[in-house]
Design a protein around this ligand. Structure first.
Ligand code: PAF
Length: 300
């Protein structure tokens, strides 16, 4: 099926995987994947919410190297948005996304509607929750967010049954939460994290950058610069993490951001290091700039 004139939603998929197919039902997707699975093909899943940029394309390219069949999903998951968040305004650009996925070598796009994923309604959905980790950092600023993420990702894993799933490391905590879910629930899928794709300015690519004005876009790289400065201070032996975190928050505020959080943490637990701790560190940060909440991170 050629993707030439806008979104095409197929109900009776062909078994020909030489062209990308777009499917919107679980039954059609399972049917299509049956043959590949029987032939022992390795299947990769790239879960997304669409409005694809170069960061997502890197995920698809990684999937292409990792597996025989690449499935991408586009689903703006209402369960992971808070009441006052941007669910309604989140950009939906299916036709452009289909073109990008086709060019990147994706085999199947799964683009279900809300009633396909939550047929009994969101309030009647069995939930998947990773305790502890889901309540920290982004989870503290966005209560219930990670429960929405783990619920939909668990469903996608059950629908697609991929051998490997690819996620961007810009959402560092999300990847940690999903890894724990997979371990705790014994889900047989390998999780691969892909380094963050950046603009020349250092700004991490994100669909939410589209909310920024030209002036805000010029300010936004300060988030990554502040992460770099803090990391350099730690590398130079400064272990006064509380002061470094506060200085970083003040630098961001002086630049025009509103503070959310800025934390130096152990990579393995995403908890603050203890004194004398020699475990590898990561800095996680989130800050508001105009209408957007931006996140970024840096492994030290
Ligand atoms: O990272 C995202 O785009 C979303 O959180 C995900 C993993 C697709 C789940 O909706």
């Amino acid at each position: 099926m050629a993707i030439k004139s806008g979104p095409v939603l197929s109900r009776a998929p062909s078994t020909d995987l030489s062209k990308m197919q777009t499917l919107n039902t679980i039954a059609a997707l399972r049917d299509l994947l049956k043959g590949s699975r029987r032939e022992g093909k390795r299947i990769a899943l790239v879960p997304t919410m669409g409005n694809l940029h170069q960061g997502h394309i890197r995920l698809v390219e990684t999937a292409r190297r990792e597996a025989d069949i690449v499935v991408a999903s586009i689903f703006v998951n209402p369960l992971q948005f808070g009441a006052n968040e941007d669910l309604d305004s989140y950009p939906r650009t299916l036709a452009a996304d289909q073109e990008k996925l086709t060019a990147a070598g994706c085999d199947i796009l799964f683009a279900p509607g809300v009633s396909e994923v939550y047929p009994e309604g969101q309030d009647n959905q069995t939930l998947v929750e990773v305790p502890g980790l889901s309540d920290l950092h982004c989870g503290a600023s966005r209560p219930g967010h990670f429960r929405g993420v783990t619920t939909v990702v668990c469903k996608l894993f059950n629908i697609v049954q991929p051998d490997v799933a690819i996620f961007g490391l810009k959402d560092y905590q999300q990847v940690a939460v999903i890894r724990k879910m997979v371990r705790d629930l014994c889900i047989p899928v390998e999780i691969v994290g892909v380094p963050t794709e950046r603009a020349g300015s250092g700004l991490a690519l994100s669909s939410r950058n589209g909310y920024l004005s030209e002036q805000e876009l010029a300010i936004a790289p300060l988030l990554q610069q502040t992460l770099q400065q803090t990391a350099n201070a730690v590398r130079n032996g400064n272990r006064d993490f509380a002061t470094l975190e506060e200085q970083a928050q003040q630098a961001l505020e002086a630049g025009g951001f509103k503070r959310d959080y800025f934390r130096i943490l152990c990579r393995d637990t995403l908890q603050p290091p203890e004194s004398g701790d020699v475990r590898p560190l990561v800095i996680l940060a989130a800050a508001r700039l105009g209408p957007a909440r931006l996140i970024d991170n840096l492994e030290i």
